[in-house]
Write a protein that binds this ligand. Sequence first.
Ligand code: ATP
Ligand code: MG
Length: 355
Amino acid sequence: MEKTYKIAVVNGDGVGAEIVPAGVSVLDAAADKFGFKLEKEEFPFGAGYYKEHGKFMTDNALETLREFDAIFFGAVGLPEIDDTLPARDYTFKVRTSFQQYINYRPVKLFSGVDSPLRYKTEEDIDFVVIRENNEGEFVQSGKILHAEEPSGVAIDTSIFTRFGIERVAHYSFKLARKRNKKVTNVTKSNTLISSLAYWDQVIAEVAQEYPDVTYEKMYIDNASASFVLRPEIFDVILTTNLFGDILSDLGGAIMGSLGLGGSGNINPEKEFPSMFEPIHGSAPDIAGKNIANPIGQIWSAAIMLEHLGEIEAAKDIMAGIEHTTAKGNLTKDLMGTATTTEVADSVVEFIRATN
Ligand code: ATP
Ligand code: MG
């Protein structure tokens, strides 16, 4: 019997309407070739939906999405909508409600792509950022006091729990075992002396259970410089919600473009659906022109299939991306002239043409 996966497709806003269908065309080709079925259903959630309905998704959206094996997502946000809303009302809700406590964000230099780091090679730039995705600095529990007065005060509280730190740490060490056996904890416990000191303490405890994995601690300032100067030292980076957010954009930059980065918001236990999306936003400045780079979305498709257990199909998509970039089939952000659809079609052709 053919395996069937139920996939919720959420284009979102901006370039989502172009890159998500591009990613879906690649998924369909992979499903045909590797003999599984994708039962897809589209949902119109996002800032566009908000403009019409005053909310980012239907009231029962989470119950509906719950029934799917995975969510294939573009990005939310439009320039005319207050930009604290999409994160709060869509992304944050899905990530936390479905216990997607891992944000898996690989960084890798594809052949044929120029990194701004001129002297670094494909071997040098190949690591994964694991961003804690459910707590930390993004719990949104702050407030602004006396905003109208000269003595105004604003507070944001970060929340870290042993439960939350342990589970992201275990995931990272297990992942390192499948890679190059090194975990770098990126922290700032020398100044955030409560929350991140506790973060370090719990991670160091977990590290002891993985004596075969090298464990290192590095401060975020040093880690940022090291992304640029010596990315070859990294294998698995384990970091907090805020630092992971920033470092993954930097990761996108050293790969050559933000448009290249794929990611997964993962519930490793598969108790709830996981969500797969490019690391970039809705890029409204280039939307509707068929010029957005679809590779971040296509890579997210590969991460999704890997999560679902279709390992060979995931590898084939990655080979298709590599084949496409290697022959110089690049979009404008990478100084090329190819369109969104040309890049996606090239990956589809690779999948269909090879065995
Ligand atoms: P968010 O807050 O949702 O992360 P953002 O404000 O960080 O969004 P992005 O939408 O990620 O912004 O866009 C940042 C820049 O990167 C823009 O100039 C955009 O055009 C460019 N960019 C983002 N994604 C792509 C892509 N897929 N292809 C080409 N350029 C892109
Ligand atoms: Mg961003």
